[in-house]
Design a protein. Structure first.
Length: 135
């Protein structure tokens, strides 16, 4: 079985969707192995999104992810990273996310797409270490 890092981003927390996201994770059958409400400092944000450093939206992305508390979770199960990304839906909540996914059901804009999930088992390993070094 595999682990994945999930974030309920500041928009999801401020809109009161933490319970909704956790409920979907649990109903899917993924196991919660870590869960924390925390503020994200600039250094953590930069490391988390390092692969996007050259993208035009990088500044906005850092500002957004540090704008308020996030809920960080580690979930575990068979194909955990892919399984959560199916729950989340594609990056653009309107053009890409499948109907019934978290982003499709609750999101409107790419920047405010509510959740993050590791995009592969390799990213998951890196991200779990970054967010939960003691795990
Ligand atoms: P995440 O990494 O958050 O799970 P993702 O893998 O679906 O999302 P990426 O392409 O890795 O999408 O982009 C990372 C995040 O950057 C997106 O979730 C979104 O919040 C933001 N983002 C992506 N594209 C844009 C854009 N064109 N404008 C603004 N923000 C964007």
């Amino acid at each position: 079985s595999e682990r994945s890092l999930v974030l309920v981003k500041p928009d999801g927390v401020s809109r009161g969707l933490v319970g909704e996201v956790i409920s979907r994770i649990e109903r899917k059958g993924l196991k919660l192995v870590a869960l924390e409400l925390r503020n994200v400092d600039r250094s953590l944000a930069e490391q988390h999104y390092a692969e996007h450093a050259e993208r035009p939206f990088f500044g906005d992305l850092l500002e957004f992810i540090t704008s308020g508390p996030v809920v960080a979770l580690v979930v575990e199960g068979p194909r955990a990273a892919a399984a959560f990304r199916q729950l989340a839906g594609g990056t653009d909540p309107v053009e890409k996310a499948a109907p019934g996914s978290i982003r499709a059901d609750f999101g409107l804009e790419v920047q405010f797409n509510l959740v993050h999930g590791s995009d592969s088992p390799e990213s998951a390993e890196r991200e779990v270490k970054l967010w939960f070094p003691d795990l």
